[in-house]
Design a binder for this molecule. Structure first.
Ligand SMILES: [Zn+2]
Length: 310
């Protein structure tokens, strides 16, 4: 219980540190999850302009300078990692993101985490039920991908994503501009966006669903400097805050290069070949995988939610 509580607390504290921009803009942030979108427009617009400083007005450009991400998915699938896809898909979003794909919470609610309320509650049967609704905009194939991702949690942990009946707290899965999620349980309806054009992949869905459980990005761990070098000279300056370390409780698990929560080496890069994250000591260690939950991701879910069973 205690480690869980402290982890979530630290996650939220870390978030609030990462959000000075939003804090200044979002003065009436008492809504749920999608608060302050209007207020955040100008923040995002600034960022978009900054990104276009590298000489390309095409908002769909991906970090490798390729322009065919949406046009040629099959071919790209073999060498595009999850984080690249997420960041590309979010490039045109009007939502203010933390580290690329986490919706900024109403951070004043972080205090609730002292009482564990940003975790999802466990049922008497030992399972953690997370109600969801898949928006009507999704077709059969898309539902299949999303539910397949949910199945990966169910088959390996005590987490169960269940269709909502009348529960108060639930995840509303929508296709808006980008792939993003809130962090942990926010209370009431919380939005998870999987844009139909850029986010319908099992690995991306698992990444966003893992944010729903309360997990942050691996490369912001408190001890990350022992395992990766952050190349600030290659980072788009206005996005540098995405690389701030957080004082995380790492559940006594090792740094996991293979985590589905680890960003790729060119996240927020200023240009092709200008890597922002370099593994230490072996720079060729793969990071930013796209297949789904790693074995440590699974172990951490079980630890955070004290799963006694699958
Ligand atoms: Zn993320």
């Amino acid at each position: 219980m205690a480690p869980s509580a402290s982890l979530l607390l630290l996650l939220l504290l870390g978030l609030s540190q990462a959000l000075p921009l939003l804090e200044n803009k979002d003065r009436d942030g008492e809504n749920h999850g999608d608060e302050g979108k209007d207020a955040d427009h100008d923040v995002y617009d600034d960022e978009e302009k900054q990104q276009d400083h590298d000489g390309d007005n095409n908002g769909d450009e991906d970090k490798d300078g390729n322009h065919d991400v949406y046009d040629n998915e099959e071919e790209k699938e073999d060498h595009v990692d999850i984080s690249t896809r997420i960041l590309v898909a979010n490039n045109n979003s009007d939502v203010m993101f933390v580290e690329g794909d986490m919706v900024a919470p109403t951070s004043r609610n972080a205090m609730k985490c002292y009482y564990n309320s940003c975790l999802w509650r466990k049922s008497l049967n030992g399972l953690v039920m997370i109600p969801y609704v898949i928006g009507n905009e999704f077709g059969g194939y898309e539902r299949q991908v999303i539910q397949g991702a949910m199945g990966a949690f169910a088959s390996q942990t005590c987490i169960r994503f269940i269709p909502r009946t009348n529960e108060n707290d639930f995840v509303m899965i929508v296709s808006k501009t980008g792939c993003y999620s809130a962090l942990g349980r926010t209370g009431g309806m919380q939005e998870l966006s999987l844009n139909k054009a850029g986010c319908i992949y099992g690995g991306i869905a698992q990444h966003e669903l893992n944010h729903v459980l309360g997990f942050q990005h691996e490369q912001t761990r408190s001890d990350r400097d022992y395992y990766v070098r952050i190349n600030y000279e290659n980072i788009i300056p206005s996005t540098a805050y995405n690389f701030e370390k957080h004082d995380t409780n790492n559940l006594n698990t090792p740094y996991d290069y293979s985590s589905v929560m680890h960003y790729g080496r060119d996240a927020f890069s200023i240009g092709p070949g200008r890597y922002t994250i370099t593994p230490i000591p072996n720079p060729n260690t793969p990071i930013g995988q796209r297949n789904g939950l790693s074995s440590w991701d699974i172990t951490r879910i079980k630890m955070l939610y004290s799963c006694q069973q699958r």
